[in-house]
Design a protein around this ligand. Structure first.
Ligand code: SF4
Length: 310
């Protein structure tokens, strides 16, 4: 174990843990590169599994959403393995778009879980993402030039797609709308994705769209002040006319998700686009999910054939 408080100990490789959960699915590659560039030994927790979720349940209220239970499990899995835990607190990003309170609060849960033995490095991002990371980088390596260089190299990994993907005519497509930490965590989203694919559907995801679409501010989206919910809604608006059906993944206990999903449902109904909302928690069984997705895939197929015939 490295004594982080002792001057001169920065040369020893600090083992810094990153939970493979929540914001990892947006910023993970950037964080890994940044911390490695600072000379840290980066430890990413293993993929989510049932045991990981069970472990998380013991540290958070049963009322919180599944992603927060999952990240608690990852923190518990890492705390005996590392000298420090890297868990940025995303408060608000540009345009004063906020993260949800549960996401902001996870750092306080982590602080309680880690006690005094493991250092928590939790840069508070309030508008200026890079400045917060620069300051936090100094906690890993006190050399500001090294921090600036590592940040400059790593930031290239933040770039998202430049352009929207093609939506070619004649292709079977569904939009799978959900937070990146639900869709891309295989424990949560893999069964839904693969079931659509087995039925011949291309699965279109929010994060395949460029940020100029995801961060659009017009009409209703301007009134959504939660940054990742605005992305969901804008992705829905962009894709709803280009797909055979829309499937929305919602976390049980998530207020923002349930509110925005209702607006999506209503707009899909007005356009006559099949809409499926799947509410996920730790009790959701794969078999039940697959059955619902299969039934929905058939419904979407019938509508597609009817449109072709008409
Ligand atoms: S937005 Fe919803 S799912 Fe995401 S952390 Fe907040 S409450 Fe949980």
């Amino acid at each position: 174990m490295v004594d982080l408080a002792a001057p001169g100990n920065y040369n020893a490789a600090m083992r810094v843990g990153i939970p493979r959960a929540l914001l990892y699915f947006r910023y993970g590659r950037f964080w890994e590169s940044f911390l490695s560039g600072l000379g840290a030994e980066v430890v990413v927790s293993r993929k989510t599994d049932k045991a990981m979720v069970q472990r998380g349940l013991g540290h958070v209220s049963s009322e919180v959403c599944l992603p927060v239970k999952i990240v608690a499990g990852h923190i518990a899995a890492l705390r005996d393995e590392v000298d420090a835990l890297w868990l940025p607190r995303m408060v608000w990003l540009e345009d004063e778009l906020y993260a949800c309170p549960k996401m902001i609060g996870i750092c306080d849960i982590a602080r309680m879980m880690l006690g005094h033995r493991v250092k928590l490095i939790a840069p508070s991002v309030k508008g200026n993402f890079m400045r917060a990371h620069f300051r936090a980088g100094l906690e890993v390596n006190p050399n500001p030039f090294r921090v600036a260089r590592a940040l400059s190299r790593a930031r290239q990994l933040l770039a998202g797609p430049d352009a929207a993907p093609d939506f070619a005519a004649g292709e079977k497509r569904v939009a799978l709308i959900g937070h990146f930490y639900n869709v891309e965590d295989d424990f949560v989203g893999a069964a839904v994705r693969s079931t659509f694919q087995e039925h011949g559907y291309r699965v279109c995801l929010k994060d395949q769209l460029p940020s100029r679409i995801l961060r659009t501010r017009d009409e209703f989206s301007q009134r959504i002040r939660w940054v990742y919910e605005r992305e969901l809604y804008n992705a829905f608006r962009y894709m709803v006319d280009k797909v055979d059906g829309v499937c929305v993944l919602v976390s049980m206990g998530c207020g923002p998700d349930s509110l925005v999903a209702e607006f999506m449902r209503e707009e899909a109904r007005q356009k006559g686009v099949p809409f499926l909302q799947l509410v996920l928690d730790e009790h959701t069984g794969t078999a039940g999910l697959v059955t619902r997705v299969e039934a929905f895939a058939e419904l979407a197929e019938r509508r597609r054939l009817a449109q072709q015939a008409g």
